[in-house]
Design a protein around this ligand. Structure first.
Ligand SMILES: *Cc1c(COP(=O)(O)O)cnc(C)c1O
Length: 230
């Protein structure tokens, strides 16, 4: 299993580098997040031993449990839908929350962070595919949400996140990533680079397209760990 994970990471590295080359980008401008959801700590440890240090989880309690079992120099990111009553499991462990998908959640995060005197880096999740099953702001709501959430204390906006459409249609996937980048460029005009530095987009099936369209953070589960059981 460890050899498989090592080999998967090697294969992914080559694909990331090639996508960077094709699009005139530098490898170090793309951050790989290993999405370890559903895999037990022993397996996550193998990816750690293979050199990975940034891991993403989408369930609050699972994040908390695994972070307690694994080395302290792991940087944990939270990438799933977050209910306000579960914020306590995610903070202060998560160093970046990719999935702030409502003003209500942002307000609750801000209150929690104020009480605990934390400064919490966040991304706004945008639903670029229009799929009803997906969370996130509508593209046309994003600029306003950005300025409202920017005004909340103890939150630090860092950019935007999206999940590509569930389709084999490469043009539609590319379109969704382009749309997120255009929204980023738009908010950047008003709010500057620091608050808009991160474009989190691209998963195992579509990360090369995402890199070509400007992703700074890609989130890979299956490509590293193999298929998840349900
Ligand atoms: C599960 C998940 C991923 C990783 O998906 P893979 O297709 O396994 O790479 C990325 N982002 C989010 C938000 C996820 O929930």
């Amino acid at each position: 299993m460890i050899d498989t994970i090592r080999q998967n990471i090697r294969d992914i590295e080559i694909r990331i580098s090639k996508a960077c080359e094709r699009s005139g980008r530098k490898r170090e401008d793309v951050t790989l997040i290993a999405v370890s959801k559903t895999f037990p700590a022993e397996i996550v440890r193998q990816a750690y031993d293979a050199g990975l240090r940034i891991f993403g989880e989408n369930r609050p309690q699972e994040l908390r449990e695994k972070s307690q079992l694994l080395p302290d120099d792991i940087e944990w990111h939270f990438i799933g839908h977050l209910q306000t009553n579960k914020i306590k499991y995610v903070l202060p462990t998560a160093r970046l929350i990719h999935s702030v998908d409502s003003l209500h959640l942002a307000q609750a995060l801000s209150e929690f962070a104020q009480k605990k005197n934390l400064h919490v880096p966040i991304l706004l999740e945008v639903n670029t595919s229009g799929e009803a099953s997906k969370f996130g702001f509508k593209p046309e709501e994003t600029a306003q949400a950005f300025s409202q959430i920017n005004a909340l204390p103890h939150l630090e906006l860092r950019g935007l996140m999206t999940i590509g459409p569930l389709t084999d249609n490469v043009d539609r996937i590319r379109q969704a990533f382009r749309e997120l980048r255009a929204l980023r460029d738009d908010v950047r005009k008003q709010w500057g680079e620091e608050k808009t530095a991160i474009l989190s987009m691209g998963m195992s099936g579509d990360f090369e397209i995402a890199i070509e369209e400007g992703a700074t953070h890609i989130r890979l589960g299956t490509a590293i760990f193999g298929k998840r059981g349900k």
